[in-house]
Write a protein that binds this ligand. Structure first.
Ligand code: PRX
Length: 641
């Protein structure tokens, strides 16, 4: 029996029990057998959740790119590592072999060095889904620079906040991006962002759309001439196990985004291990994850996890609706994709379209289907199972977070019997707990509570960049000696987990993690706005959408509310990006508040959900009368909409 590849349910339980009984031995065996190290570790694990401090494989030395590239050259040199499918279906795909990848990453790494990047420096990457994106991550990792990818849908202001927070010296971007029928001026966004980022000395620009962007002399350089003359050899920097690999920002319920810090060795071991098991990955498979590398899913399961296993990973530049709603299915047929990993929001959007889009493509290559990022509702699960999986392929509903680095709860295909809407069982090494409001663990089955993890796992984030105190407060302070996920979950009669949603002020919209506070801060900058409160409400395609209650400074009948709604969404787009736009905006003269002045979001959530009969006790509010006024306006709004 191998811990590394679990083949049946009995084996899963045995492996799981072993991983709990002796976690250090468990991970040590995996690390020893499946990776290359320059130097081995002194100690597998050292941790103290009260600090909090977690160290895996202390004393070990390695470079993750040797594990993702170099070691495959002998046996897989000609195998496709990255299969790039462009936005335009008439443009040829690009197959980058492991040997090509080696050359490209080394060249890129040398360009970084020549432009002053050293081990430990932060490099911000703001690129569309083109090969240079994956290559730039690996190039940073090759020389020990810390990459911080910002999803290329974020606005100039959101980009600037992230660049400044991690004090990046360099930005890597492109002249623009294709997104379906649209072209997006990424370089223009970078130029605007950099007006407020004084530390950035160099901008490397990849050419994608042949635009003529404004290049700032002395700062901005086209990448391709630099790559042309760079050497194809670049010695990998020898990294310590706990050296930083990357920072990736995620929203919090308050304040600025949190730069989650991931470190080299543990992240590598865990993403590779989970990739192998959760996708039942085999050597000749063609694996496709539709996420953007700007999110953790793309980091772990487009780049590092697949490449560490020597896999062929598809990278798709476009969108599911271009040139028509059959694009995903066309790509599966074209490249004979064996594992397909996507978001419930994409499934719901595609399920609304004519079934012929799916039916006309041969999807018989598929072996495993996956979902990630948000709960999948029963209807979407069945549509996916019936029409894409043809009822014969397992669907893995994978629960995890930017903070966890890799999947935590997921069926193992052909091993764990699946159950719609359930992420099922913890992966080996993951020790979960459900907690009640008083901080006690809830044992047994058929229970629900707050989802925590009681023992470290290798790919957990080690800190929030520049703010360890916030890391401690956010994740390790609610429940003593545990990592708190921010999610609620239930455990059914057989021990399967189902995620019930966030229990804090984070809202998952189309699988994207959005904190309410930064959106409210953006809205409050509108000169007409006095105060605002955002809550989520159920949405057919996005899972959740945003509902904003907005108090205006002057209440005049003469105001053009439709125009204000547009301006508010415009401000959100500028501060954060279009993903955070509000679906509904209700103007109100007050917000329900406690006597200490805290907004009672529970009530606002119920009103947004239209659960008007079940508001609970409002008598303790500072201003109970305001609730009725909000409800009346809500009802009127419904009639107008
Ligand atoms: O609420 C959970 C939800 O997404 C949150 C994490 O978001 P993010 O850090 O952006 O990472 C998303 C990709 C890993 C979680 O706290 N979530 C993620 N996967 C699932 C999920 N909710 C239910 N089911 C899932 N499979």
């Amino acid at each position: 029996m191998s811990n590394y590849h679990i083949k049946n349910l009995e084996e899963y339980y045995q492996v799981y029990r072993r991983s709990v009984r002796d976690p250090e031995l468990f991970w040590e065996e995996i690390a020893e057998e499946h990776f290359v190290w320059r130097k081995t570790w002194r100690k597998v694990l050292e941790y103290d959740f009260s600090v909090p401090e977690v160290k895996w494989f202390e004393g070990a030395e390695l470079n993750i790119t040797e594990n993702c590239i170099d070691r495959h050259l002998v046996t897989r040199g000609d195998k496709t590592a990255i299969l790039f499918e462009p936005n335009n279906p008439n443009e040829s795909p690009l197959e980058i072999s492991y040997r090509d990848l080696y050359r490209r990453v080394n060249k890129f790494a040398n360009v970084l060095k020549e432009n002053g990047i050293e081990k430990g420096d932060r490099v911000c990457i703001y690129l569309p889904m083109i090969p240079d994106l994956a290559i730039s991550l690996l190039a940073c990792a090759r020389i020990g620079a810390v990459h911080s990818v910002v999803f290329a849908g974020f606005s100039a202001s959101a980009l600037a906040t992230r660049i400044n927070d991690c004090e990046a010296k360099m930005v890597i971007t492109s002249d623009g991006a294709y997104r379906g029928a649209k072209k997006i001026d990424l370089k223009g966004i970078v130029n605007e962002a950099l007006e407020s980022c004084s530390l950035v000395k160099t901008v490397l620009v990849s050419k994608r759309i042949d635009s003529k962007p404004n290049m700032i002399k002395g700062r901005d350089k086209w990448l391709s001439p630099l790559l042309d003359v760079a050497s194809e050899e670049c010695e990998p920097e020898v990294m310590k196990a706990e050296d930083p690999l990357f920072v990736l920002y995620t929203s919090g319920s308050t304040g600025n985004p949190k730069g989650m810090l991931h470190t080299v060795a543990g992240y590598m071991v865990y993403t590779a291990y989970t990739f192998k098991n959760a996708f039942n990955y085999k050597e000749s498979d063609v694996y496709w994850c539709t996420a953007d590398i700007g999110w953790i899913t793309g980091h772990s399961y487009i780049v590092y996890g697949p490449l560490a296993n020597g896999a062929t990973t598809v990278m798709f530049e476009g969108v599911p609706s271009y040139p028509d709603f059959g694009r995903f299915w066309e790509i599966i047929e074209k490249h004979k994709v064996t594992q397909f990993y996507t978001a419930p929001t994409a499934i719901r959007a595609l399920a609304k379209e004519n079934l012929d889009y799916v039916k006309k493509h041969d999807l018989s290559s598929i072996k495993v289907l996956g979902t990630v990022g948000e709960p999948i509702n029963e209807e979407a699960w069945h549509w996916y199972n019936d029409n894409v999986g043809k009822k014969k392929n397992p669907i893995i509903d994978t629960w995890w977070q930017t903070e966890t680095g890799g999947m935590m709860i997921s069926p193992i295909p052909y091993v764990t019997p699946t159950k719609p809407t359930y992420a099922t069982l913890p992966l080996p090494g993951i020790q979960l707990a459900l907690m009640d409001n008083k901080g006690n663990e809830i044992f047994g089955n058929q229970v629900d509570g707050r989802l925590c993890v009681k023992f470290p796992w290798p790919s957990m984030a080690r800190s929030i960049w520049g703010n360890h105190q916030r890391y401690k407060e956010t994740y390790f302070s609610q429940f003593k000696g545990m990592y708190f996920t921010g999610d609620g979950a239930l455990r059914d009669e057989v021990g399967y987990y189902r995620i019930t949603g966030r229990v804090d002020d984070v809202i998952i919209v189309s699988g994207h993690n959005l904190g309410t506070a930064p959106i409210e801060d953006a809205i409050n900058e509108h000169p007409a706005v006095a105060e605002s409160a955002i809550v989520g409400f159920p949405h057919d395609i996005k899972g959740n959408a945003l509902y904003g209650y907005v108090i205006l400074k002057e209440v005049g009948e003469g105001r053009d509310h439709d125009n204000l709604r547009k301006e508010i969404n415009q401000i959100i787009t500028e501060h954060i990006g279009p993903i955070a736009k509000l679906d509904r905006i209700q103007f109100t003269q007050g917000l329900p508040k406690t006597r200490s002045g805290k907004i009672m979001r529970r009530i606002l959530r119920k009103i947004a959900h239209n659960e008007l009969d079940d508001l609970g006790d409002v008598s303790t509010l500072l201003n109970p009368e305001v609730v009725q006024t909000i409800i009346e306006k809500r009802i009127k709004n419904e009639l107008v909409n």
